[in-house]
Ligand binder design. Structure first.
Ligand code: AN7
Length: 398
């Protein structure tokens, strides 16, 4: 069953619907019998480990073995900041971002519904993921990208897996409006995160975190926020495990946005629940260059219910954190993902995060997604003859 998060109206599972008649957004109601948590211990480590919590038939899944991503304790950064830090590396998913979790469930649902074409608007990763999963499912796929504003790796993936790729005049918010119109007209099945089945896949991030911590909640989860689906999904996963009795406490959900694409952080700072869209969002972290997040109501609830917060970081802080994580802990992430580390540093500095807190940062996409940003951040390779003497001269200065 699908339910409106505002008026509570209920819809059947086989109805193709993206928003409630009242205009608000929907969520899938998860119905799970009493399952002992040990059930999940000896299963293959992917999202389907928690299949009882997923609203599609796992037998028919469209899967690339997504989920079960690395959970790295980062003692060097942790000690420097005076906290206990874990980093969950979502770039290790099949197409290099957390979107794969949602697309696995989303395309499984698409096949179940009998549609033949799927589509999305995207800042890049959603399209890369959907293009791959649609290929695996044998579905036609159309993706709308803000022209010139999608990182090269993501564009390559979307094109290579065979989607019909459109570069649209306008930003992500414009592209989403356009593809939604086609979806509402029944011309394709929309797999942006307004589709509640997407978030069902992504909620497994929260489930894995508490499972990996030995059925304990961290004090806080910090993650980048764009369209606000992921923060909402993770909170749903956490609360479902709390309702099931697997964990007692819950983490403070902490969303980080780029300063000029920050409608949610702005609302949190202003102390209001009203999220006012940002007209012309801008940031080097193109993945989160989003001004009108569709899941803002869910995200604001997650932040409020969890006693969490949201904050902003500048492009310079993002780039600095990206390099810091790569060179201190060996974890390569794209700029949007580094926003979580940049935000963590800022919140520790201003005392919002307490010393000794156990914090999990979700890093959402792989460094190779945006090779241009990575290369521009570095010195060019030193050109030398293939001669040990020349190389030795340089090594001695290191
Ligand atoms: C690396 O691909 O919106 O807050 O169209 O690619 O759930 O939107 C990507 C978002 C964070 C933000 N990190 O997640 C898209 C898209 C990375 C991302 C986000 C995105 P949401």
């Amino acid at each position: 069953m699908i339910r409106c998060i505002s008026c509570g109206a209920e819809y059947d599972d086989d109805e193709i619907i993206y928003t409630c008649e009242c205009g608000s957004i929907l969520e899938v109601v998860t119905e799970v019998d009493n399952i002992p948590k040990e059930t999940f211990d000896n299963r293959r480590d992917n999202i389907w480990k928690y299949k009882e919590f997923l609203p599609v038939n796992a037998e028919n899944r469209i899967s690339l073995d997504e989920g079960g991503t690395p959970f790295c304790k980062c003692d060097k950064i942790g000690e420097e900041l005076g906290i206990e830090l874990f980093v969950k590396v979502e770039g290790s998913n099949p197409t290099g971002s957390f979107k794969d979790r949602g697309m696995s469930v989303g395309t499984t649902k698409a096949v179940d519904l009998g549609v033949n074409m799927v589509g999305c608007a995207s800042t890049g990763n959603t399209s890369a993921s959907l293009s791959a999963y649609a290929a695996r499912a044998g579905l036609k796929c159309a993706v709308l990208l803000p022209a010139g504003k999608v990182a090269l790796g993501k564009l390559a993936q979307a094109m290579f897996h065979g989607a019909k790729v459109f570069g649209v005049d306008g930003n992500f918010d414009d592209a989403l409006e356009t593809i939604t119109e086609l979806a509402l007209n029944g011309e394709l099945y929309l797999l942006n995160s307004i589709n509640p089945y997407r978030l069902e896949g992504q909620k497994t991030i929260g489930m894995e975190v508490v499972h990996d911590l030995g059925w304990k909640s961290p004090d806080r989860i910090v993650l980048p926020v764009g369209n606000a689906g992921n923060i909402s999904a993770i909170w749903k996963g956490i609360t479902e495990f709390q309702d099931a009795g697997y964990i007692k406490d819950t983490p403070m959900m902490t969303g980080i946005q780029a300063v000029n694409s920050a409608p949610i952080a702005n609302a949190v700072k202003a102390g209001t629940d009203e999220v006012t869209p940002v007209e012309n969002p801008e940031t080097i972290a193109t993945a989160i260059r989003i001004g009108a997040p569709v899941s803002s109501v869910k995200a604001m609830r997650a932040i409020k219910e969890s006693n969490g917060t949201a904050d902003t970081v500048t492009d310079d802080e993002i780039l600095d954190a990206q390099k810091y994580l790569a060179r201190t802990e060996g974890i390569g992430v794209e700029p949007a993902s580094a926003a979580s580390i940049a935000g963590l540093r800022k919140l520790v500095e201003n005392g919002e995060i307490d010393q000794g807190e156990r914090v999990v940062c979700i890093v959402t996409g792989h460094v190779l997604k945006d090779p241009n940003v990575a290369i521009e951040a570095c010195e060019e390779p030193t050109q030398v003859a293939s001669d040990p003497n020349e190389i030795r001269k340089v090594l001695q200065t290191m």
